[in-house]
Each structure stands twice: as structure tokens, then as C-alpha cells.
Design a protein around this ligand. Structure first.
Ligand SMILES: C[S@@+](CC[C@H](N)C(=O)[O-])C[C@H]1O[C@@H](n2cnc3c(N)ncnc32)[C@H](O)[C@@H]1O
Length: 345
């Protein structure tokens, strides 16, 4: 019997082989799909639908301030892809559209909005530049960089930080379940955003203390997680000293950076680390198979926006070696991220 991955490979390659014309047309013009999702998330259509059994697209358009026929057509595309359910002009929630509600405990509304933010989306207008040169198109569209864009646009920064909590909701329990933090005194989460990983690690390990390190505008947005066991430290990992700790977590931060900057971040951790400290690099590794996989798509976002990349285990081993760490083992988790465990060499 084919494994799930083999089946996926066959299915994706098979549909393009069975109908190559359709495959090219759908992909070439497929940009409408994310744009419809961004618009629905921005407008708050899922919130406007609420828990009601159903509403018409005209009622929803009136609630969110959209053009009735335009919103109907957007919802027709989304519902034909499983986001909302439609019968004629009547709209109901699907499991996926419920995740677009702001009040859903696992809301992905901000994640959907984040990919559509001008700072993120506009880089794709210059995508050809990235493909020709390997240089992120973001250097053209955001000359001061993405992190400065979030500092200068607080609402965009808030959406990004909230999006990170949303994207990590499956990763965080999986990481805390896959790794024993109880033997450590202090854990520092570098580039930890709103502190969602650190807070969960400390909740599961009552004797452990933590330090959340991130840029000042992000730390300002993370006040809710501070406690006598969880301290906040604002700074820039290229300029400022990092906190001393027994174990460092750094989740989906290194994928934002090219190799040289990644080595500089690891070296800054190495410099601050207590003797014998452990480093846990938490990332989505590029799978070896040919099936469609989110890590392969995320890799293109990194190429375009930031000049970072999704890496293989071997590539992380090499970066760590250049930074004075030795990769010890890789812990898979029940989510899309793996924990790459390293020790100061
Ligand atoms: C992709 S987010 C990951 C957030 C969180 N670790 C997670 O996985 O949910 C990258 C984080 O790196 C932080 N960051 C970027 N540049 C930084 C710098 N120079 N110093 C400290 N943190 C930085 C960002 O503010 C952001 O919170």
C-alpha cells in the first residue's frame, strides 16, 4: 500500500498529468484564492456570520461594508475551496471558516491577514527579482526591512505577533510534549514573540524560570505573559547581549535569515550561554520527498521577503558547527516542527 506521502505525490503529479491545461490555468491564475481569503479575513466576514445558522451574502456585505455582488463572488470562490459553505446566496460556517473568527480559541484570522499585509504581499510584485538574483524582493519593497516595517506600523506589528501565536498553536504543545525542560533552571526564548512557547514550557515545568527576548516593540506587546518566573528582555540579537540561560529555544527565527546572519545569532547565544548550555533550534525541516508540503511554500516566502530559507538537518548541522555548537540529535514532534538539539562544542 502506498504511504500517505507517496499517495500525495501521485495525486499532485497525477492531476497535472491527467489535465495539464487545467493544472497550468488554475495555478497561473490561482492568486485569487489567497486574495479572497485575505479580503474575507480583513473584512471580518466570519465574525459577521457569527454563530447564526446562516445569513445571505447580501446581509454579510451590509454588515462588513462590502459590495453585495463582489462579496458573493468572493464567497463563491472560498466556499468552493471549503472556506464557508454556500447554498445559493445563503452562507454557513465550515470548520475552516470558523477558524477565521476573531473569538475562536484557535483563531487564524490574523495569520490570514498577515500574509495579505502590504509589507508582506507587495514583495511578490517583485518576485522575479528574487528568482533571478537570489536577493529578497523585500529589499526593494521594504528597504528598511520587515522588522522595521512592523515597528513603524504598530497595527501591522500587532497582526504579525498575533499571527505567530496562531501559527504556533499546534507547535507549542507538541514541542513541550516532546522535550523535557524540567532539568533546567532557566530557559531563554530568543525571538519568542508574545512568549507563547515559553509560557507553555514554564506552565508544564513549575520549577523552571524563563526569559523572553525579542525586539522592543514585540516585548511591549507581550506584557500579558510576564510573571515572577517569566521575565521580559527587549533587545536586538545582532547588537545587544542575550540573557544567560541553561537552555535556549529559538523557534522559526533562523529560517528568517541568510546563513551569515544565522551564524551571528547562534554565536550571540554561544557567548551568553552558561557552561554546558543546550540550544534547541525549532524549525520545519524540508522533507526529502516530492509531495507538496507547507515547508516548501514557506521557503519561498523566506526567499522573497527576508532572504532566509527552510533548511535540511544537514544544513542546520553545518550552521551550528560554524557557530561553536555540535548538533546532538533531532527530536521529531507531533507537529510540523522538529527540535534540533545542540550543545556548545
Ligand atoms: C517568525 S517570528 C517567530 C516568533 C516565535 N518564535 C514563534 O515561532 O512563534 C520571528 C521573531 O524574531 C524576532 N526578531 C527579528 N529580528 C530580531 C532581532 N534583531 N532581535 C531580536 N528578535 C528579533 C521578531 O520580532 C519575531 O518575534
Amino acid at each position: 500500500m502506498a504511504t500517505r506521502t507517496e499517495a500525495q505525490e501521485k495525486q499532485s503529479a497525477g492531476s497535472a498529468q491527467a489535465n495539464p491545461f487545467q493544472a497550468i490555468v488554475m495555478m497561473a491564475g490561482g492568486v485569487v484564492l489567497p486574495r479572497c481569503l485575505h479580503a474575507a479575513a480583513d473584512l471580518g466576514v466570519a465574525d459577521a456570520l457569527g454563530e447564526e445558522e446562516q445569513k445571505t451574502s447580501d446581509q454579510l456585505a451590509a454588515s462588513v461594508g462590502a459590495h453585495p455582488d463582489a462579496l458573493f463572488r468572493v464567497l463563491r470562490v472560498l466556499s468552493s475551496n471549503g472556506i464557508f459553505e454556500m447554498t445559493g446566496r445563503k452562507v454557513r460556517h465550515s470548520p475552516a471558516s470558523r477558524l477565521l473568527r476573531s473569538d475562536h480559541p484557535h483563531s487564524l484570522r490574523s495569520l490570514a491577514r498577515m500574509f495579505g499585509l502590504p509589507g508582506c504581499w507587495n514583495a511578490f510584485n517583485e518576485f522575479g527579482y528574487s528568482v533571478r538574483t537570489g536577493i529578497p524582493a523585500g529589499t526593494k519593497t521594504l528597504p528598511k526591512g520587515l522588522w522595521r516595517y512592523f515597528q513603524e506600523n504598530p497595527e501591522a506589528g500587532r497582526i504579525f505577533n498575533e499571527a505567530m501565536v496562531g501559527k504556533a498553536q499546534v507547535q507549542v504543545p507538541a514541542v513541550v510534549g516532546a522535550y523535557d525542560f524540567s532539568r533546567f533552571g532557566t530557559v531563554a526564548d530568543i525571538g519568542g514573540g508574545r512568549g507563547h512557547l515559553l509560557q507553555a514550557a514554564l506552565e508544564a515545568n513549575r520549577s523552571v524560570h524563563g526569559v523572553l527576548f525579542d525586539l522592543p516593540n514585540v516585548i511591549q506587546d507581550a506584557g500579558a505573559v510576564a510573571s515572577d518566573r517569566l521575565k521580559l528582555q527587549a533587545g536586538d540579537f545582532f547588537k545587544d547581549a542575550l540573557p544567560a540561560a541553561d537552555v535556549y529555544t529559538i523557534m522559526e527565527v533562523i529560517h528568517d535569515w541568510p546563513d551569515e546572519e544565522s551564524v551571528a545569532i547562534f554565536k550571540a547565544i554561544r557567548k551568553a550561554a552558561k557552561p554546558g548550555a543546550t540550544l534547541l533550534v525549532i524549525e520545519q525541516l524540508i522533507p526529502e520527498d516530492k509531495a507538496p508540503h507547507w515547508a516548501k511554500m514557506l521557503d519561498i516566502h523566506m526567499l522573497t521577503l527576508l532572504g532566509g530559507k527552510q533548511r535540511t538537518e544537514e544544513e542546520y548541522g553545518e550552521l551550528l558547527r560554524r557557530s561553536g555548537f555540535a548538533l546532538e540529535r533531532v527530536h521529531p514532534t507531533r507537529s510540523d516542527v522538529s527540535i534540533i538539539e545542540a550543545k556548545a562544542a
